[in-house]
Every structure is written in C-alpha cells, then in structure tokens.
Design a protein around this ligand. Sequence first.
Ligand code: SF4
Length: 435
Amino acid sequence: MQTKKQKVALITLGCSKNWVDSEHLSAQLRAGEVQVSMQEGAAEEADVVIINTCGFIARAKEESIDTILTFAERRKEGLLEKLYVTGCLSQRYKEELKREIPEVDAWFGTMELPAILERFSVEYKDELLGERPLMTLPHFAYLKIAEGCSRKCAFCAIPQMRGKHRSRKIEDILAEAHRLVERGVKEVMLISQELTFYGLDRYRRRALPELLRQLARVEGLEWIRLHYAYPGQFPMELLDVMAEEPKICPYLDLPLQHISQSVLRRMKRQTSRQEVEMLVERIREKLPGAALRTTFLVGFPGETEEDVEELLNFIRKVRFERLGVFTYSHEEGTAAYALEDDVPEEEKRSRANRVMELQREISLEINEARVGKKLKVLLDRELDTWYVGRTSWDSPEVDNEVWVAKNGVTLNLGGFADVLITDATEYDLYGQIIQ
Ligand code: SF4
C-alpha cells in the first residue's frame, strides 16, 4: 500500500483517449491527496511510477514495452518503490506480461481505475467529472463521449482492449464541458473510438446531433471539434447541426481506411465505396469550405497495386484538407490475423510514402490558396518572434499550424487573433496580426 508522502509519476503513451484516462486517474489520486505528476521528467524523481500503455499496433506496443522495461530495471535496482502498469497493452497481454516482467508490482486493465486507486487507499469519486488536470494546453481539452467499440473491423484490436461501445450520459458530458469551460477551456475535441455510434447503446438512437446542439449552448465554449466519425450509416442530420451551429468547427475527422471495394470488404468495414463517395459528396455540399480529415491504412493483406492506384485517384479527386496514413500491422486476435500478411514491410512503407507525397502536393495547393485571406487563429504557444496557433480547420497535434509574427504586439495565449495570411508551406501558414 502506498503512503501519501510518496511521489507518484504517471507516464502516458498512445492516443488522446489514453490522455483523458490519465487525466481522470490523476484527478482521482489528487483528490485522495496523492502527489501525482504527469510532467515530463517527473518519473526521474518518483517513488512510484504508473505507466499507461498503448497496445494498438506493433510500433506502439514496442514503445510501451521499452518504457516498462526501463522502469522495471529501476525497480530491480531498488530505485523505485512500486511500478504499476495500466492501459491497453496491459489489458491485452496481462498474463504474458506478468510472466515476462515480474518486476512490475501490478497490472491493470483499461476498466480497472478503482483497483488502481485501491493501491493508494483512495476511493473513486463520481463528482470529480471535469476536475481532471489537463495534459493539453489549458485552453483546450479532449472530451470523451463514449468508450469502446462494437464494430468488428478486421485489422483492429481496439474492441479487445476497450470492450463494447458504451456511451456516456448526455448530462455527464455537459456537466464536464461546463466545468472545463469554468477552468478556462475554449475548445473541446470530442473523441471516442467511433463518434457516430454515440447513443445507440444508451438511448437506442444516434444521439450525436442532439449532444452537439446542447454542447453548443455551453456559454464560454468557443470551438467544438469532431474526431473519429465512422463513415458507415452516417447520421446525415449531423451535417445539418454542423452547418447551423457556428461553434462546431468546420472540421470532420472521418477515418476511411481505404476506398477499394475489395479491400473494404476484407477489412469488414461494413461500408462500400459507393456509400463513402456519397457521404463525401454530401459533406462537401452541406459544409462547403469545411476541412475533411481522414486516415488510410495501406498494406492490408491482399492489397494490390491496382487497389493502391484506386486509393491515390480517390485522394486526388476528393482533395482531403488533412490526411494521415498507417501501414498495416498484423495483430493477433483480429479477424485479419487469419489472412496472410503478404505485403512486405518495405512495400507497405513505400505505399504509405506515395500517399503522403501526393497529400503534400494537395496540402500545399490548399494552403497557398489561403494566402491573402484573413483568418481567425487560436493562439496556442509562442516561440521567439512568433505566436503559433491554429485555425478552426486544425486540431492540435495532428494538423497544420499558423505562425503569426509578433511584430511587437503582445497577445494572450489561449486567445483569438485575426491574422492576414502572407505565406504558406505544405503544412503551415504564416501571417501578420490585423489590428
Ligand atoms: S470502428 Fe474504429 S475502433 Fe471500431 S473496430 Fe473499426 S477501426 Fe477499430
């Protein structure tokens, strides 16, 4: 059992959903008067280390295991009093890991927050919603609206680690948003494994449009951003809400994974090329000027050169404003594991590079067309003679930034500025403050 005097460091690996989990864990520990830090470097001085791991794909697993091994060594040398591991990797491989790394004092799954708290003699408190210390900058926060995923995409190990989709109550999400705003948050990024499924389990209807209308009424909240909207059976009403509510950023993150019909079928995406094309058309029609973000997965078993060409042509046609690409990772426990991982790693990387090269050209053209325009920019940070911020088309960490020359003008970080765009590169804009 831990004592309250011990210094605890919480290390977080993986995606924004893990960040939110760490923020919640940290809030609960602090409420129990445990000294916990999520700062970089805090682990150097800590008596107890908790590692919140990622188990999504090979690269993420490696990073998590390397981190655990580093601290297991310190635990062995007596430099740490306790070492705990939680998160996706721990959920997925708990038994094997227990055997392989005995220096770890306890392993926890993704749904075992109270069990971690028990180690610190802290009781879980429901009322701490929205009290979480943010790992992000103080003016924006990720807001998780659901946990888990009930789909069965063939390449994806997430349902094994996070369980079935569980929507949070609308009231709880609103209460959390209010509390975040009181603490200075201006922008929330709505996340879950699959945003458009929201409500189907709890309310027996797709309730994302309704949730958004209510969130848009939260005073002081300026930007609401949508991540991870699954394209199959997309609730079209969502586009109307986005068009009508000015607080909802003209931004939609729609992970498409592929466009070739045969690949989509083998991926068990429960959507078709035709459905995706119609959806993209509707989005462009209803939300002209919105930034469409997507991610693709290349090198899936059986993917041919024709499939890659089809994907490239689709990207050329749609001209996504923001785009990311992953290479396929052969994960045990997924349906695709039964298929032959027949695209060599080098070829997977080469396909990903071809996608990104094309996207660089498209992104540069889109950015160059912004030169001479006046844009509203949220200022995130400053660096030397620049403020660095984002437009409503950009999410933190993954999208473009706007570099604004200070020119002797003092502005508040976390505030908005009107900026005249004077220059553009592939992934960044440059500009001057308009006074
Ligand atoms: S919808 Fe997303 S999280 Fe759910 S199984 Fe498919 S890829 Fe995984």
